[in-house]
Design a protein around this ligand. Structure first.
Ligand SMILES: [Zn+2]
Length: 101
């Protein structure tokens, strides 16, 4: 979501923002209370769906645009995860667990 720093990076909501500092000192992500709740449970698919729904609220998305926009939002969420040091650790821990199964 292209927005100033005063709204949620995922859905554009401007209320109850939480800050997420990243490994890049100058970059801070913002998430509203609902997106922060989703992030806390690491429900990334749900976060992607919520973000897509926010785009749909701005204007109708055509069938042709849907996969492009979804890809964009998936990359956004992927970037958020890779820039967050503790989330990245969780991801790699999960990989190790997955390798053992
Ligand atoms: Zn949000």
């Amino acid at each position: 979501m292209q927005c100033s720093s005063s709204c949620c990076d995922f859905c554009g909501n401007a209320a109850d923002l939480q800050q997420y500092p990243t490994v890049h000192g100058s970059v801070t992500w913002y998430a509203c209370a609902e997106c922060a709740r989703i992030i806390a449970t690491e429900s990334w698919e749900q976060l992607i769906e919520r973000s897509l729904a926010a785009y749909r609220d701005i204007r109708p998305i055509t069938e042709g645009e849907e996969p492009i926009l979804r890809n964009h939002v998936e990359q956004l969420v992927q970037a958020f995860r890779s820039f967050r040091p503790e989330l990245r650790r969780n991801v790699s821990e999960r990989r190790v667990l997955g390798a053992r199964l």
